[in-house]
Ligand binder design. Structure first.
Ligand SMILES: C[S@@+](CC[C@H](N)C(=O)[O-])C[C@H]1O[C@@H](n2cnc3c(N)ncnc32)[C@H](O)[C@@H]1O
Length: 359
């Protein structure tokens, strides 16, 4: 033991263990940019398609410089994101890595998560200013990697769960949608969830709503590309002023905690929902106590909460700042304050809690 003053004793082994853990974190932080690089330059897709590959082959196939391809491959192999065969000098993805890093339709697809993280980190200078000033920083103020990364991160989970598991977990909703129900998807962003529901329920009518004009423009484009452009009406409006009445299903996907006034939004939902309607709230997976969220998913979400979601809420009227890790108790409080009487956790995945709320 060495002593720095009379009371604090430093254990050199514990100190070095922490330093090396932190070095690993720096490697992981740099890997965020490297994953975005591999996704954008087509490195992962090329490796998935061609199998064991040399740096020269990767460079040739992706029309990139071999020096970058080589160092990227080494960094990926050192971080166990790809494998390396010293005997042949070739690098390869395992089947699982190939799915997680190159298959956008898999619920395990990862590059979207890295893209939103990378975009979020690039806006950190503005967040530091906001923290000093006690101000917010709106969703609309971020660079487009935040918006596109969000869509690419969440969409695979919605694709795997929304129609197959989450909607069936709600009492009577699937039957209503098959018969022809009225749905509004609030805070729809690029419309991934709205489009999936419109594709699954051709007899129902859909509204996609978000306060961010550019997101709604992209959502319209995505709906056109998906062949459901004529069946979804998109509107640019704050959640607290959503249009219409008598909705059978109101949905909010990963957005309630981003809102400045979630109680105001919930009051508006209470006004526009049918008396026997259902409000499905999909929120990031979280427990009620801070320590419930001390796990890899909770850690990631607290990071987003600090740099993205809490500033977004603080940028709006009220600025309640629920945080990305508001657990079931906080969400229940919001909806009950707004006049809803029934609330239950209807489904869960490693990334999401799905709540059923009824008038
Ligand atoms: C994390 S993104 C989720 C987007 C989309 N629901 C998804 O799952 O991909 C949060 C969304 O909430 C929207 N939003 C934030 N505050 C809002 C408000 N007060 N009214 C309407 N939309 C809001 C943002 O513009 C953004 O599109």
């Amino acid at each position: 033991m060495t002593t720095t003053d009379e009371t604090v004793q430093i254990d050199p082994d514990a100190l070095m263990a922490f330093v090396f853990r932190a070095v690993d974190e720096v490697g992981a932080a740099l890997n965020c940019a490297l994953v975005v690089m591999g996704d954008r330059l087509g490195y992962y897709r090329s490796l998935a398609e061609h199998g064991p590959t040399t740096p020269a082959e990767l460079a040739e196939r992706t029309a990139t410089d071999v020096h970058y391809a080589r160092e990227w491959l080494n960094a990926q192999a050192a971080g166990a994101f790809i494998g390396y065969e010293p005997e042949t000098g070739r690098y390869a993805l395992s089947p699982e890595q190939a799915v997680a890093l190159s298959d956008e339709s898999s619920p395990a697809f990862l590059p979207g998560l890295f893209q939103i993280a990378h975009g979020t980190m690039r806006d950190t200078p503005a967040i530091l200013e906001a923290a000093r000033a006690g101000a917010g920083y709106g969703w609309h103020q971020h660079n487009s990697d935040v918006h596109v990364g969000c869509e690419r991160f969440f969409r695979p989970g919605y694709l795997a769960n929304l129609v197959e598991a989450w909607l069936p977990a709600l009492d009577g909703v699937v039957d209503k949608l098959h018969r022809g129900g009225r749905v509004v998807d609030i805070g729809c962003g690029h419309g991934a969830s709205t489009i999936l529901m419109a594709q699954a329920f051709p007899d129902s009518s859909f509204v996609g709503s978000d306060y961010h004009l550019e997101s709604i423009d992209t959502a319209k484009e995505r709906a056109r590309e998906a062949g459901v452009g004529g069946r979804i009406r998109f509107e640019t409006v704050d959640a607290a002023a959503v249009d219409g009445a008598g909705y059978d299903l109101v949905t909010m996907f990963d957005c309630l905690h981003d809102m400045g006034d979630p109680v105001g939004a919930a009051r508006r939902v209470r006004e526009v929902i049918a008396d026997d309607g259902t409000w499905m709230i999909v929120e990031p997976a979280a427990g009620d106590r801070v320590e419930d969220n001390f796990n890899p998913v909770g850690r990631t979400y607290y990071g987003f909460s600090t740099l993205l979601c809490t500033p977004a809420s603080l940028s709006q009227e009220v600025g309640l700042a629920l945080g990305t890790q508001a657990g079931p108790a906080r969400i229940r409080e919001v909806v009950e304050t707004a006049g809803f009487s029934r609330f239950r956790l209807a489904a869960q995945t490693p990334f999401n809690n799905v709540y059923e709320v009824r008038p």
